[in-house]
Ligand binder design. Structure first.
Ligand code: BDR
Ligand code: CA
Length: 311
């Protein structure tokens, strides 16, 4: 699986969130990537809460990745927060509240990419507000990004925020529309594949004997009780690490080129990811959609990396 010694430089744009926290852990401990920045965006919690949560996670990992806070609300709408992550977005974790907000995530995204044209990938695992703002401010930027990997949307599965919309896209459809229309290679990891992969409470026993076991079990216990009730599953759906895992092992994914548009006007379909699936439909491919992820491989690597701290 180790392809070469060159680490992929990435920006993680995130709204932690229990599954965001797991995604950050996976990439921080993986030897495959170099985290140039963690940028926060309001979504699972307010910008204050998700930034405090991100700071807690980075501290737990002993990470020296720079943390920059970003948008406090979607481009054109009021913030809708998630329910399954609890009151402050990362229930079950002893997060210190009221930390510093830098407010410069968008500026940092632009400058990091500008300083390394064609090199930087973006992992977008929250609403796409920060990235859209960066693309609006600097229209050449999408062409300078190596690749975006996005957790969001659903192709044929029902939504998890509304009947048809996935949370990240639902929260800021206008931002998602900008990103989906931008000339940058995009890999989309939608609900359809995330729904197949569940981590149970006992899966986390794999971390016993490591410093992560206690804090991670505590936070996951809260998440599992919230999401298992909501989604009627016997464990946790872990969306964001499944997108993050693309940087660890892209061969674990089957990708299909698709033409996916974002609904920004519908009364009942706000934030729907509308894919052209008709055989005879004109297709203007804008995204590579993961239609299968090897869940067994993901689980094995996920716990091996969290246990072993590859670097
Ligand atoms: C997405 O919504 C958030 O609640 C999760 O962190 C994930 O990014 C799943 O729909
Ligand atoms: Ca998220």
């Amino acid at each position: 699986m180790k392809q070469n010694n060159k680490k992929v430089p990435i920006i993680i744009d995130t709204d932690p969130g229990h599954d965001d926290a797991l995604a950050i852990m996976l990439l921080e401990y993986s030897e495959m990537v170099d985290i140039k920045a963690v940028t926060t965006v309001a979504g699972n919690g307010t910008i204050q809460n998700v930034t405090d949560n991100a700071r807690y996670v980075l501290g737990l990992l002993g990470s020296d990745a720079p943390l920059y806070s970003g948008s406090s609300k979607p481009l054109k709408r009021a913030l809708v927060r998630a329910v399954v992550h609890g009151e402050n977005g990362l229930d079950g974790a002893p997060v210190e509240r009221g930390g510093k907000l830098t407010g410069d995530a968008v500026r940092r995204i632009i400058s990091i990419i500008r300083e390394n044209p064609g090199e930087i990938s973006i992992l977008a695992i929250g609403p796409e507000t920060n990235v859209a703002q960066a693309f609006l401010l600097d229209p050449e930027l999408p062409r300078l990004v190596k690749r975006m990997v996005i957790m969001g949307g659903s192709i044929a599965a029902p939504g998890n925020e509304s009947r048809v919309a996935e949370f990240n896209i639902f929260v800021d459809p206008e931002a998602a529309e900008i990103v989906f229309n931008a000339p940058v290679e995009k890999v989309l990891v939608p609900l359809d594949v995330c729904n197949d992969i569940i981590l149970t409470k006992s899966d986390f026993n794999a971390l016993k004997g490591t410093p992560l076991y206690e804090p991670v079990s505590k936070m996951m216990e809260k998440y599992i009780s919230g999401i298992s009730m909501n989604e009627k599953v016997k464990g946790a759906l872990v969306y964001d690490p499944l997108a993050a895992y693309y940087f660890v092992d892209p061969n674990a994914y089957i990708l299909e080129p698709m033409d996916v548009r974002i609904e920004t006007k519908g009364e009942f379909t706000r934030g729907m990811t509308v894919a052209e699936r008709r055989i005879w439909g004109m297709k203007d491919v804008n995204v590579l959609v993961a239609t299968k992820v090897d869940g067994g491989r993901f689980k094995k690597d996920f716990f091996r990396i969290l246990k072993g701290k590859e670097r």
